[in-house]
Design a protein around this ligand. Sequence first.
Ligand code: CA
Length: 431
Amino acid sequence: MRRRVLPALLALAGCASPVPPPSLAVPVATAAVAAAEMAVPAAAPSVAPPTASGDMIFDAWASEFQGRALAAGIRPEVLSREMAGLTPDPRVAGLDSRQPEFSKPISEYLKGVVTADRITIGARRAADTPMIGDIEQRFGVPKQILMGVWAMESGFGAIQGDLDTVRSLATLAAQGRRRPWAEGELIATLQIIQSGEFTRSRLRGSWAGAMGQTQFIPTTFLSTAVDEDGDGKRDIWGSSTDALASAANLLAKAGWVRGQGWAREVTAPAGFDFGLTESVSELPAWWAAKGVRPADGKPWSAADATAKAQLIAPTGANGPLFLLLPNHFAIRKYNNSIAYALGVGLLADRVAGASPLVKAWPLETPLSLVDRMTAQRALTALGFNPGGSDGVVGMGTRKALREWQKARGITADGYLSSDMVRRLKAEADAA
Ligand code: CA
């Protein structure tokens, strides 16, 4: 399951968004919700008693939630109808509490993302999806990038999830761990139903409330979905054209720069200071002066040459290196994970006819939760603050690791290999 932080290299089971990405999850109080709050009925309406599901925690939550939903402008009859007979979904409850023991290495994840099948299907759908050229023109996002998103989110629309979004979000809200977020999304779901755009039977999706071919959570649907085919409904479930225009709209709103790429694979010279990874953003010419150049030997495009770029080494100094352009960070607004954004971009490049990466992904040893926490505790004990020891290897941990590596004369790539875990533990134990 995906965490609400930047780590990205962790916990990437499956292709469609398993957990609402933080960037989409934050704006619980969207404009739509705010507008609805203005529309509180004058008299306090009476609502039929909430569901009696037999689950005391769920029923207690449902009872309290009614008042908040009414205050947010959900009409009593809509609320009564949709809450009647509602019970928690045990499948959702089980998935939300799942904590995988091993995280999937990013190389393994990406090999599963950029497959020959997906490249073939992506190329075909990029050619035959109705209005795809209009979508590219209107939003400025290349169709290949949209194919990458579409593949990752729902296997080109094939895997959308078939759970009742109202029930999934009610279950998550009642569990309490992410209650404000889940309630905001549930209210947005009820607003969609109340608006008449779709009935509840259409609002199906993943256990985490992500719906349709784009896997939009309900607030994102309200703010960002687009009726591109002009039938009057933003049908991200049944219309590939609407779905892809909606995804393009999300990326455009996230700052997608028309005409620029998203990243380039690069090489760095011997003795390069890998402490520069994940830190500075500089023009390709600045990087070239340090010997960092496109791995395929081809020049930068005129548009990309004007973009500030950040270097990453996802599997360390010995794996493929990338200069990330601003569009990488637009993809991260869809799902705030480096691995996800690399998956979308690398798949898009292949759909567009690019060659595979010049440098092969190295073989990575999966690290256990204990390994990761051990490394974080050792860094803390040795005076390099990773910002906690939760087992999530995020930017803070990688930065602390780079500083420790630099201080010890090791290539400072911030990559937590099993060897680094062993050395950190040995040094901390001896201290
Ligand atoms: Ca439509």
